[in-house]
Write a protein that binds this ligand. Structure first.
Ligand code: ADP
Ligand code: MG
Ligand code: MG
Length: 888
């Protein structure tokens, strides 16, 4: 049986590679071990593996005898190192019991501090420390945390009792409570516990406490909020969490003690400045929970903010200097920005956690570029370190610096970005309104892990309390949501559903705007501007381009989208859908006239009206893209999508065509289809009504010749035939396109390079790719339809069951977001292989939604495609993901 418990601290070195394995010990455990072994001051402790958690959850909450033995031995390691014994009435060892999964899940799992206190050991602690107040403060914290986390009692009961105690004594702050006050409160707490548990008292046996806490950490892996967090972050349920048991150090031993959290650089901007907060005479969760307003770490940050409470640099210079040395050591060791927790006990610094810090996209780019310049990492590491999806944050409109701002108040700039939306006052409302398609700003006094779903649904988050490292701030930065925290002028009344800022009273549903970069809260909506690719972003993109093999194109059909995509680095169009052009109000009546015509002649008459319009579309697109290649897909959707619906649409059409309304309605009825997705669409339209494709091909070639004549830059049209399933379909339509091209070239007296190819979007097309390649000069994988037809799932109807399928692990992820590598992926690979066997130089690309998804892009790289195509705003994401795929 493999080792279940690993100790750290007290001079133990980890030679066993398992002891460094984050998958096994969790991020927190592995890093505590690593910090201890590079000589940093870490309170000794031990870690129970994630394997044990998985086993415990699978086997019905049982601890094996061998686990109990290993834990007993590891506990002795702590006792020996600290020189105190667990449960010793005279001088008790206290421990914390902490969770720690493979990846950090901030605030998702529960921690118990000061474990080992009971009615007798608390007296010992008081005597040894010479500080009664500290001892009873620690005990009341322990009773409350343990009752909440382990016994599952409502923490509100304890908070209420504390509030009443303060009120009765006329105190404002917890810090005013004396030793006797705390002692009295502990008595009340114990009464509450006994009442809530039908007489069962608070456990006095320290070993019972320990095992209760271990079980609670394991169980918290399957808590509702942990499950929500996992779903939002694609974390598998099978990983489990490790448990860390660690000797307590005390930040609540008076004014020479403190606790804090810090980042080695600014996680919002990436600037190389220590960044963090601390609280004097406090313990662990106080900083994160936002109960007291924390103080700044550095003098410069305090001065910049105008705060008066001294910074740690000023109040505890020696401990601060030691901390600064530790920061540098940690960055050199991990070669990344670190997010740490520390405690100062009577002037002595202790490290309690380190991990690579969560960061905004802007910070990620700056850190990557700066660290290359500092020689800390190389270019490849820099490219691999930035999460492509995080770039999304930088690719959205930002507030126009010249727009008028009606600033209501300014809070802390906790997470950058800007958002406008309707005020909502709780997470459930946020989720419900967002589902209706509304942009909402979640406004709370402070957030807690129960608010996660609402934070995710919201465009921005505003809190009245809490600092830069409060729950709201940390989670918002991780999610890329703009957040203003600690806006103390905001008061929220959940009964009347109103929010007051100074003298302004707003209702739930009113619109406000947040600027997470400077903490401003504004009334109403503020104008925005389009993003630009510059500075560190441009630099990293340039590096990425140097390392990627695949090309990156865009899916675009308007000149504005084309221009935007080109600015973002698109190297051509991978998919231009021509039907979008047909829906335009000015044209749809000609389209309807064509569809409802009963003869080729009638159709040609209507098509003649569309030709100049189509030519204009293509001219503008070619002007924006030449000399890059442009894949243009001929008409694809079932015709019935264009049919008139309301009475007045029919009346309009009757006027244009001269047919009666009844006649038109009957024709429309005839065109009704039961399953249009598999009906009269794609190349089937071109086969039955060749004049449609002929008109489109003519418009393409005329426009291409005109643009080449005018600008001297010739675009390269790649004419794409949709929904092909047989070689013969493509053969017929390719001839039609070639003939049209030849006619246009004669008329224009010039030629243009062009290609004819097809989409591979039906399983039959993938299987027959070898034969189809005889007619196709390129394949573009239309993985939206290929997914629908391979899985037999209609994307438009999948909403009813898809989330259940993902939840139950039937699909690992939504197959329309990330390509189903095992199934659909096989068809793609097979088509690539067979297509290349017939035509070695065949051009291969992907144009489904998947072309902008990093995991799917990784698959495309492995399969050897030539390019991916993504929507304009995803082009930079695709460039970075393609580089990462090539480097992996
Ligand atoms: P989380 O993942 O929510 O941060 P942690 O396990 O890191 O949970 O702990 C919560 C808080 O308690 C942190 O501020 C941490 O620094 C503090 N803490 C944990 N263990 C100890 C300890 N042994 N001594 C003092 N403080 C501790
Ligand atoms: Mg916690
Ligand atoms: Mg922590």
């Amino acid at each position: 049986m493999s080792q279940m418990v690993y100790t750290f601290g007290g001079g133990v070195r980890h030679d066993d590679p398992r002891a460094k394995d984050k998958n096994l010990l969790g991020g927190k455990g592995a890093n505590l071990g690593e910090m201890a072994s590079i000589g940093l001051p870490v309170p000794p402790g031990f870690t129970i593996t994630t394997e044990e958690c998985v086993r415990y959850l699978a086997e019905g909450a049982n601890f094996s005898d061998s686990l109990r033995e290993e834990v007993a031995k590891a506990l002795q390691h702590i006792e020996k190192t600290v020189g105190k014994n667990f449960g010793d009435n005279a001088d008790p060892l206290l421990v914390s019991v902490r969770s720690g999964a493979r990846v950090s899940m901030p605030g998702m799992m529960d921690t118990v501090l000061n474990l080992g206190l009971n009615d007798e050991t608390v007296e010992g602690l008081a005597a040894v420390s010479g500080d009664d107040r500290f001892a009873w403060d620690s005990y009341r914290r322990f009773v409350q945390m343990y009752s909440d986390v382990v016994l599952g009692l409502d923490h509100g009961l304890f908070e209420e009792a504390l509030e009443i105690a303060k009120e009765e004594n006329g105190y404002f702050a917890d810090t005013e409570m004396s030793a006797d006050d705390w002692r009295a409160l502990v008595g009340q707490y114990k009464t509450i516990v006994a009442q809530e548990q039908n007489g069962e008292p608070f456990p006095q046996d320290v070993h019972e406490q320990l095992w209760g806490a271990i079980a609670a950490v394991f169980d918290s892996w399957d808590s509702d909020r942990a499950k929500v967090y996992r779903r939002l972050n694609d974390i598998p349920g099978g990983w489990g969490t490790a448990v860390n048991v660690q000797a307590m150090v005390f930040g609540n031993m008076g004014d020479t003690s403190a606790t804090g959290v810090a980042f080695t650089r600014d996680p919002a901007t990436g600037v190389k400045e220590y960044y963090g907060e601390y609280l004097v005479n406090a313990q662990g969760e106080d900083v994160v929970a936002g109960i007291r307003t924390p103080q700044y770490l550095t003098k410069s940050a305090r001065e910049a903010s105008g705060a008066t409470a001294p910074s740690m640099e000023e109040a505890m210079p020696a401990a601060y200097q030691e901390l600064a040395t530790v920061f540098d050591l940690l960055e050199k060791h991990y070669k990344d920005m670190q997010d740490i927790e520390f405690t100062v006990e009577r002037g002595k610094l202790w490290m309690l956690q380190t991990r690579s810090g969560k960061r905004t996209a802007a910070a990620a780019l700056k850190l990557a570029v700066d660290m290359v310049a500092e020689g800390l990492i190389d270019e490849k590491t820099a490219i691999l370190r930035v999460d492509p999806m995080a770039l999304d944050q930088l690719l959205h409109p930002t507030l126009d610096p010249d727009a008028k701002r009606d600033v209501l108040t300014t809070g802390l700039p906790a997470s950058p970005g800007a958002a406008s939306g309707k005020i909502v006052l709780d997470a459930d409302t946020a989720e419900a309104w967002a589902e209706r398609g509304e942009a909402v700003i979640l406004c709370r006094v402070e957030t807690s892990p129960e608010d996660i779903h609402g934070m995710h649904a919201a465009k921005g988050i505003l809190t009245a309390r809490g600092g830069m490292t409060s729950h709201a701030a940390v989670v918002a930065r991780g999610m890329g949501r703009p957040c203003v925290s600690g806006a103390s002028a905001v008061s929220i009344d959940r009964k009347t559903r109103t929010l007051r800022i100074g003298s302004v009273e707003l209702k739930e549903g009113d619109i406000i705007t947040l600027d997470g970069a400077n903490g401003q809260v504004m009334n109403g909506r503020v104008d925005t501007i389009e993003p630009k690719l510059e500075g560190n972003f441009a630099k990293l993109m340039e590096w990425a381009d140097g390392h990627r093999r695949m090309g990156v194109r865009t899916n675009a059909e308007t000149p504005a989208d084309c221009a935007m995509a080109r600015q973002f680095g698109a190297e051509g169009i991978g998919l231009c859908r021509t039907e979008h052009m047909f829906f335009d109000a000015s044209r749809v009546s000609a389209v309807r006239e064509m569809i409802l015509a009963e003869s080729e002649e009638g159709r040609r008459k209507a098509l003649a009206k569309l030709l100049p319009e189509q030519r204009k579309d293509f001219t503008e697109i070619f002007e924006a893209m030449a000399p890059l290649p442009c894949t243009i897909r001929l008409l694809d959707p079932p015709l019935h999508e264009f049919l008139p619906t309301g009475d007045h649409e029919f009346a309009d059409l009757a006027e244009i065509t001269g047919f009666g309304v009844d006649h038109l309605k009957r024709r429309a009825e005839e065109l009704h289809e039961f399953n249009p997705m598999l009906g009269h669409r794609g190349c089937r339209l071109g086969i039955t009504y060749p004049e449609i494709y002929e008109m489109q091909a003519r418009a393409i070639f005329e426009a291409a010749c005109d643009v080449a004549d005018k600008s001297g830059l010739a675009p390269i049209p790649e004419v794409m035939i949709p929904l092909v399933g047989t070689k013969r379909e493509l053969e017929i339509l390719r001839k039609l396109v070639n003939d049209t091209a030849a006619t246009v070239f004669t008329e224009k007296g010039r030629e243009i390079d062009y290609l004819v190819g097809t989409m591979i979007e039906l399983p039959r097309a993938a299987l027959m790719a070898g034969e189809i390649a005889e007619e196709a000069m390129f394949f573009s994988f239309g993985t939206n339809d290929l997914t629908q037809t391979t899985l037999g799932v209609s994307r438009d109807d999948a909403g009813r069951f898809l989330s259940t399928y993902v939840e139950k692990g039937i699909y690992a992820r939504d197959p329309f977001v990330s390509i189903d590598v095992d199934g659909v992926g096989q068809l793609v690979s097979l088509a690539v292989e067979r297509g290349r066997a017939t035509r070695p130089g065949i051009k291969l690309g992907i144009c489904g939604e998947h072309g902008g998804d990093p995991a799917s892009i990784d698959f495309c790289e492995k399969t050897g495609l030539d390019y991916v195509s993504a929507s304009p705003y995803r082009v930079p994401i695709a460039r970075l993901a393609a580089a990462q795929a090539a480097l992996r």
